[in-house]
Design a protein around this ligand. Structure first.
Ligand SMILES: Nc1ncnc2c1ncn2[C@@H]1O[C@H](COP(=O)(O)OP(=O)(O)OP(=O)(O)O)[C@@H](O)[C@H]1O
Ligand SMILES: [Mg+2]
Length: 279
């Protein structure tokens, strides 16, 4: 679905951002991309979006060869991806509703569909009450969720997210990844997500690609089972399965368990309440 083969990228000013990067993401995978600031994560994302073209190497996404892609093919290609940017990129003079609807309208979805799908994703992301607000009238976390709603509304085969939880509180970050995880599992949507948040990465048991200085330092598969693990569990499992590899990230600085415990307790409570409401 996404394949990088020996991709190198040197920006015009001579900065080497990627050096000989190769990886392959299959349909239905959920992959975290981690690494320190300036490591090359956004360059990978921009390459997939065809905003940057590699200096050498090969990139295939969903059957398209991005190196050979013609300029006029790019808009259609981009519309096939659900994208959440580091800086949201909401349209300032459009309401929340229209920001999301716009993503559908540019793909020529009929208005009846727009009227049913937009309220649905807004509700899914807890934004139903904000449909008429303008981007500057809502909080950073809400703006983040609008960006996510816009990425989801087309039901894309691939979701690409550059720090979608960068500006929101930890509780909500869990929610958003939980939601993405559900979309990944239920819909088979391929998800590639850049994040700085070690706690999230260690909590959600997914594949982790670690970029350092423009190179892949490690690429660790999720441990089996698909259930939730604590950082320590993930680390132990990875250490067992991949003895010769360095761990993707240092899990030693994960924040206290209480946050995870709160989250799990709340999820269980919600599930109980939902079960009670069912006839
Ligand atoms: N347009 C550009 N022109 C020149 N150099 C750039 C450009 N964009 C990024 N770089 C450089 O390329 C390297 C990789 O940048 P990139 O944005 O991919 O890092 P990142 O891993 O996303 O970092 P962060 O976590 O801070 O977002 C950095 O050294 C950066 O300064
Ligand atoms: Mg970045």
């Amino acid at each position: 679905m996404i394949e990088f083969t020996n991709v190198s990228k040197t920006y015009k000013n001579g900065t080497p951002a990627l050096q000989n990067v190769s990886f392959k993401v299959e349909k239905g995978e959920f992959v975290f991309i981690v690494g320190s600031s300036g490591a090359g994560k956004s360059t990978i994302i921009k390459t997939i979006l065809r905003e940057e073209v590699p200096s050498s190497g090969m990139v295939m996404v969903n059957g398209s060869n991005l190196i050979r892609m013609r300029r006029r093919q790019i808009p259609k290609y981009r519309r096939s991806l659900g994208v959440v940017f580091q800086d949201f990129r909401l349209i300032p003079n459009m309401s929340v509703y229209d920001n999301v609807a716009f993503a559908l309208r540019v793909t020529n979805v009929v208005s009846r569909e727009v009227r049913s799908r937009v309220p649905y994703v807004l509700k899914l992301l807890g934004l139903a009450g904000k449909a008429k607000s303008m981007p500057d009238q809502i909080s950073g976390g809400e703006q983040q969720r609008v960006a996510l709603a816009r990425a989801l509304v087309n039901n894309p085969a691939i979701i690409i997210a550059d720090e979608p939880t960068g500006n929101i509180d930890p509780e909500l970050s869990f929610e958003i990844i939980d939601l993405l995880s559900e979309i990944n599992i239920q819909g088979g949507t391929t998800i590639l997500m850049v994040t700085h948040e070690h706690e999230l990465v260690s909590y959600f048991n997914k594949r982790v690609i670690n970029i350092e200085d423009g190179r892949i330092r490690s690429d660790t598969r999720a441990a089996g089972g698909g259930e939730l693990f604590t950082g320590a569990d993930v680390m132990a499992t990875h250490a067992r399965e991949l003895p010769s590899r360095q761990l993707a990230i240092d899990f030693s600085d994960t924040t206290p368990r209480s946050l995870m415990d709160d989250y799990e307790a709340r999820k269980r409570r919600e599930a109980r309440e939902a079960a009670r409401r069912r006839p």
